[in-house]
Design a protein around this ligand. Sequence first.
Ligand SMILES: *Cc1c(COP(=O)(O)O)cnc(C)c1O
Length: 225
Amino acid sequence: MESAATPLEDVQARIAHAAGIAGRKPQDVTLVAISKTHPAERILPLLEAGQRVFGENRVQEAQEKWPALKERYDDVELHLVGQLQSNKAEDAVELFDCIHSLDRPSLVKALAKAMDKAGKRVPIFVQVNIGAEEQKGGCAIADLPGLLQQARDADLPIAGLMCVPPFDIEPAPFFALLAKLAADNGLAPEEGGKLSMGMSGDFETAIMLGATHVRVGSALFGARE
Ligand SMILES: *Cc1c(COP(=O)(O)O)cnc(C)c1O
């Protein structure tokens, strides 16, 4: 009997298809499985199926779930995709392998200090408030060059740019704008820059516009409470 594709296989196939349309290699797109709100027993099947890159949006929740899972699967890569308070920077640097949400100068300082203390450099995405939304995280577009300079001066390893476009509007122009901002700031793909963009509803569009990291939650785990 032929078994139906799992959600993981389905998302992987969709990533490969979108990459193919754009003339890109599927392996140039990293699937970050966003496991926020889901308990370890929901995460284990994905680990068993070979998925190794996961994302959480709260430091404390990740501290409760991931140390035990990382012990069993020591090649897991854990990404922080949520807003980070400066007083949590040390905990974040200790647990996470990548941080997608640098958005202000005070956090540059806190992360630099935390990395010095831990003796560990964690790749950082600068989050851009791409739709200029008041309630959203991310630095203003106008502040991006200055923030990147501060991060480089503090010796933070800048991976690239990240965004969450406005809800319920066609996301493609926002993804294209993030890619342009990356190129304008020395973070073009040819220069090794990464783009963290695209979620369950729009990751194929993001891949066609250059995403190297797609953050997919509900398409893998089902709807959150
Ligand atoms: C929750 C979350 C995601 C995943 O969202 P889905 O729509 O469930 O795929 C991606 N990025 C960030 C920053 C998130 O907080």
